[in-house]
Design a binder for this molecule. Sequence first.
Ligand SMILES: Nc1nc2c(ncn2[C@@H]2O[C@H](COP(=O)(O)OP(=O)(O)O)[C@@H](O)[C@H]2O)c(=O)[nH]1
Ligand SMILES: [Mg+2]
Length: 313
Amino acid sequence: MFGLSKNNPKPSLLQKLQQGLQRTRHHFSDLFTGKAIDDDLLEELETQLIMADVGIELSQSIIENLETQINQGKIKDSSQLSEALQQQLVAILDASAKPLLIPKKPRPYVVLMVGINGAGKTTTIGKLANQWQATHSVLLAAGDTFRAAAVEQLQVWGNRLSVPVIAQQTGADSASVIYDAYSSAQAKAIDIVLADTAGRLHTQNNLMAELQKVKRVLSKISPEAPHQTLLVIDGGTGQNALVQAKQFHQDIGLTGIVLTKLDGTAKGGIVFAIAQQLALPIYYIGIGEGVEDLRPFEPQAFVSALFEPAVTE
Ligand SMILES: Nc1nc2c(ncn2[C@@H]2O[C@H](COP(=O)(O)OP(=O)(O)O)[C@@H](O)[C@H]2O)c(=O)[nH]1
Ligand SMILES: [Mg+2]
C-alpha cells in the first residue's frame, strides 16, 4: 500500500506511530498496569478519554459499555478491561478506515485538498505526491492564490520531488488555475492532479463560494471531477475539528478526511469523535512534518500504538 515505504519494516512502523502519538498515548498507556477494577479506575479512565478529546458523550457511552461487561462478569481484571476498551475503540474506528486507492480510471484523477489555513494542506500534498509518484505521474495545482507564500511553498515541494506545478500569480482565480492544471494533465496524460486551495479568504462565505466555484468549473471537464475532495484538519484543534468538518461537508461536500499533526497533540482522541460523528473515511493521518510522516489510517495499528508498551530498538 502507498503509505508503507519499503525500508520501514513493521516494528519500526509501530515505533514511529507510537512516537508520533506520544502525547495522546500518555492518557492510555499506563492506566491499567496492576490496578484493581473499581469505580476509581473507571472514573480515571473516563477522565482520560475526555482529556484526549474523545468527547464527553462518546466517553460516557464507552464507560457504560465497559460497566455492563464488568457486571456480566466478562471483564475480571485490568488487563481484560484494557483489552475490551481497545476492542471498542477499534470498532468505533473501523467504519471510517478505508485505504485511498487510486482507481485505474478516470484519468487524470483529481484530488482537491481543502481546509482552513495552517491545517496542513500544502504539506499533505507534498507527502501524497511523494508517495503516489512511486506508482503514478503526478501534477500539482497551486490553487491557493490568496497568500503570496502559498504558491512558492507548493513550488518548493514540486522542485524537491521533481513534480510539475501549475501556478499563476497571487490573486489569480483559483478555479482557473486548477482548471488549467486539469486540462494540462489531460493533455500530458498525467495520472493524478493534486490541487491546493486557500484556507482563508475575507470571510468564510467567500472561501466556501470559491471552493464551490472550483468544483463547478472542474465538473465542466468531467462531471465526476474532482474525484476526491479531502478535508485536511489539524488534529490539535480538538472538538472544533468536528465543527469545521461539518461546515465544509455541508457547504462543498467532502469525500474523505486527512487528520494532521497528531504528533503535536495530546488530543488525538478526536479521531474517535470524528469517526463516530461523520460518515466519512479518514484516509490518512499526519504524524510529523517530514515527507514520510503521513500514514494510511489503520484502526488496529492506531489503537495498539496508544496502548502497547513502547517499542524500543
Ligand atoms: N508536526 C506536524 N506538523 C505538520 C503536519 N502537517 C503539517 N504540519 C505543519 O503545519 C504547518 C502548516 O502546514 P501547511 O501545509 O502550510 O498548511 P496549509 O495552510 O493548510 O497549507 C507547517 O509548518 C507544516 O510543516 C503534521 O502532521 N505534523
Ligand atoms: Mg497551504
